[in-house]
Ligand binder design. Structure first.
Ligand code: GDP
Ligand code: MN
Length: 376
C-alpha cells in the first residue's frame, strides 16, 4: 500500500527526519489560511499516489497566500494522471541549493534491504539508473545485523555534502528505522534538499508498505483497505487470496496451485477469468457460501467455474456451501462445477438434488465454462 506524501511526512516527523512545515487541506479557503499561517513562499502539492506528479502540474510554488488559493482551487477536484485530487498540502518552500536522492528498498534478488543514495536527486531515478548508474550507490543491509554506522556514513558520503554529511548520516539511520517499523517495500526521499542556508530537508516523501504486512500495520490511517475494491476488501476480511482480472468467468478453487492451473486451462480454451479466488484448504460450507456469494454479486462475473479437489476440503461441505449461496443470492448466473476427492459422491448428490450438474474432469468443465462465457 502506498502512503500519501503527507502520511509519509508525518511518519518522518515522528522519527526526527526534517520536513518543512506543512498543512493538509481540502478547500481553497483552507489553503489560503494555511499559507498565511506558514508565511512566506509556499508550495501547493496535490496529494495523489501516482508518480510524476510535479511534471503533471501537481506541484506549484506560490509567492503569496492568494496565489496558493488559486493553485489549490485549480488542483482540488481535478485529476492528475487519472487520479482525483481530494487534498492538497501547503508547505513552506525551501530555497533549494541542491537536490539529492536517498531511499531504502527491498532488493528481491538479494533478498535484503538496500540503501540507494545519489548526489543527483529530484529527477526521475529510473532514468538516472539507466543513463548513469554509477551516480547511484547501492549499499546492502543485512537485516539480521541491522544498519551499521559505517554503511550509513558511506551512503551519506556519496551525497557529496560538506559539513552536512553528519546530518545526512543521521537521516539515513532514521530512514532505516522507519523502513523497519512500517514493513516498507520502499522508503524514499526524493529530493532530499540542501537549502541555500545549509540545511537538509525531506522535500518529498514516499512510503510503500508491504501488503503482506498490512495486518500488523492497521494503525496506518485506520483504513488500510482503501486501495481495494469492495470485493477485494471483503475477500481480505475473509482471508481469501483474491485478485480481480478483466474476464467474465469467475473462478473459485481450493489451493493456489489448482487455482492457477484452472485459470490457465480457461485461458487455453479461449476464455477469460474474471478473478483469482482461492478459498484455501479445509474450507467449511459457510466459507464456501461467502466466497461464492462474492462472485455471484460481482458485476463482472457472468459464469462461475468452481473447481475443487477434495483432500482436507470435503466435497459435501463445498456442495452445501454452493447450495446455500445460491439460495441467498437469487441472481441468474451460470455455474459450472467440478468436484473430485474426499466425499465426492455425497457432494455430487447434494448438488444434483438441487439441479446442478457436476463434472468429473477439469478440461471438460473448463470447456463448458468457456463455451457459456462466449455466449453471454
Ligand atoms: P513529485 O513530482 O511528486 O516527485 O514531487 P516533489 O515533491 O518531488 O516535487 C517536484 C519538484 O518540485 C522537486 O524536485 C523540486 O524541484 C520542486 N520543489 C518541490 N518543493 C520545492 C520547494 O520547497 N522549493 C523549491 N525551490 N522547489 C521545490
Ligand atoms: Mn519527488
Amino acid at each position: 500500500m502506498k502512503l500519501y506524501e503527507y502520511e509519509a511526512k508525518e511518519i518522518f516527523l515522528e522519527h526526527g527526519i526534517p520536513v518543512p512545515e506543512f498543512r493538509v487541506v481540502s478547500t481553497p479557503e483552507e489553503a489560503l489560511k494555511a499559507a498565511e499561517e506558514i508565511k512566506g513562499r509556499v508550495v501547493v502539492k496535490a496529494q495523489v499516489l501516482v508518480a510524476g506528479r510535479g511534471k503533471a502540474g501537481g506541484v506549484k510554488l506560490a509567492d503569496t497566500p492568494e496565489e496558493a488559493y488559486r493553485y489549490a482551487k485549480q488542483m482540488l477536484g481535478s485529476e492528475i494522471k487519472g487520479e482525483k485530487v481530494n487534498k492538497v498540502m501547503v508547505t513552506k518552500a525551501v530555497d533549494i541549493a541542491r537536490e539529492l536522492y536517498l531511499s531504502i528498498i527491498i532488493d528481491r534478488s538479494m533478498g535484503q534491504p538496500v540503501i540507494l543514495s545519489s548526489p543527483e536527486g529530484g529527477v526521475d531515478i529510473e532514468e538516472l539508473a539507466r543513463t548513469r548508474p554509477e551516480r547511484i550507490l547501492k549499499i546492502p543491509v543485512d537485516p539480521l545485523i541491522g544498519l551499521r554506522e559505517y554503511s550509513a556514513r558511506e551512503a551519506a558520503r556519496f551525497l557529496e555534502l560538506g559539513e552536512q554529511s553528519k546530518q545526512a548520516q543521521d537521516i539515513v539511520s532514521r530512514l532505516y528505522e522507519v523502513f523497519l517499523k512500517y514493513d516498507c517495500e520502499l522508503a524514499e526521499i526524493n529530493p532530499l534538499a540542501l537549502s541555500t542556508d545549509g540545511k537538509l530537508y525531506a522535500v518529498d516523501a514516499k512510503i510503500i508498505v508491504d501488503d503482506n504486512a498490512l495486518y500488523r500495520q492497521q494503525e496506518l490511517s485506520g483504513d488500510y483497505l482503501r486501495d481495494l475494491s469492495y470485493y477485494e476488501a471483503e475477500a481480505k476480511k475473509l482471508n481469501f487470496s483474491y485478485v480481480e482480472l478483466d474476464g467474465n468467468i469467475g473462478i473459485l478453487c481450493n489451493g493456489a496451485g489448482l487455482t492457477m492451473a484452472t485459470m490457465d486451462t480457461v485461458y487455453v480454451m479461449g476464455g477469460k477469468p474474471a478473478n483469482f479466488l482461492d478459498i484455501g484448504g479445509g474450507a467449511r460450507a459457510e466459507l464456501v457460501e461467502k466466497a461464492l456469494s462474492l462472485l455471484l454479486q460481482h458485476p463482472k462475473t457472468e459464469i462461475i467455474f468452481i473447481n475443487i479437489l477434495g483432500g482436507i476440503t470435503r466435497c459435501d461441505e463445498v456442495a452445501r456451501g454452493i447450495v446455500e449461496a445460491l439460495k441467498k443470492n437469487p441472481v441468474k448466473k451460470k455455474l459450472v462445477v467440478r468436484l473430485k476427492g474426499t466425499n465426492e459422491e455425497e457432494g455430487r448428490k447434494i448438488l444434483e438434488e438441487n439441479g446442478i450438474y457436476v463434472f468429473e474432469f477439469m478440461d471438460e468443465a473448463a470447456r463448458k465454462a468457456v463455451e457459456l462465457g462466449a455466449k453471454t
